[in-house]
Write a protein that binds this ligand. Structure first.
Ligand code: ADP
Length: 186
């Protein structure tokens, strides 16, 4: 599924984020920035040690206590097809979805796109942040994630294409449903 927002494309697809050729891909990191499971593990495995080296420097220089939830930082893409990885931390929901979870997830997407824009990046791929190990309900996460990206594209010019790269048909279907609802509300 694909829509246009303020001259930028917003695309939903099924796939593996580590294979994307966008200028930046977003990592569903944890606050340590030292790697983990899911998307995070796959990005570091395929991207190689250069990504972790930069993450270590970011921890030392900017975030000795870890990257706060909702914030984003940028590193090289290492051996991935993408040039950059934007690392952000989504909320830990554990099956619930409160207003605070919604706000933090929104900020994770919005701040990732801010980082992209600062670097002059025009194409970005996102996974479904916080819907794996962090346990946010996919329907709620989809609405919030899509809203954050659409709001950013409406408020800021410069980005050309945002892809949501969803790992399973079931997650894709829930994002497609949420996107249709958002388009109909607008
Ligand atoms: P979090 O800790 O933020 O919940 P996870 O990486 O555990 O992050 O999961 C986030 C989402 O990414 C889940 O929906 C999971 O199915 C999906 N996922 C896992 N591996 C990949 C991948 N290689 N590409 C795209 N999505 C992935």
């Amino acid at each position: 599924m694909e829509i246009t927002v303020n001259n930028a494309k917003l695309i939903l697809k099924i796939g593996d984020i580590t294979e994307e050729d966008t200028e930046a891909v977003v990592n569903a990191a944890n606050s340590t920035l030292m790697g983990g499971g899911g998307v995070d593990g796959a990005i570091h495995r395929k991207g190689g040690p250069a990504i972790l080296e930069e993450c270590k420097k970011i921890r030392e220089n900017e975030y000795p206590d870890g990257l706060p939830t909702g914030e984003a930082v940028i590193t090289t893409g290492g051996n991935l097809k993408t040039k950059y990885v934007i690392h952000t931390v989504g909320p830990i929901c554990g099956g619930q979805f409160t207003d605070r979870h919604r706000e933090l997830l929104y900020r994770a997407y919005y701040n990732s796109l801010k980082k992209a824009k600062e670097k002059g990046i025009k194409t970005v791929a996102f996974p479904s942040i916080s819907t794996g190990a962090y346990g946010c309900p996919v329907d709620e996460a989809a609405k919030t994630s899509l809203k954050a990206v659409i709001d950013f594209l409406k408020n800021e010019n410069g980005l050309k294409e945002i892809r949501f790269v969803l790992f399973t048909p079931s997650i894709y279907d829930q994002y497609a449903k949420a996107l249709k609802e958002l388009v109909n509300e607008a």
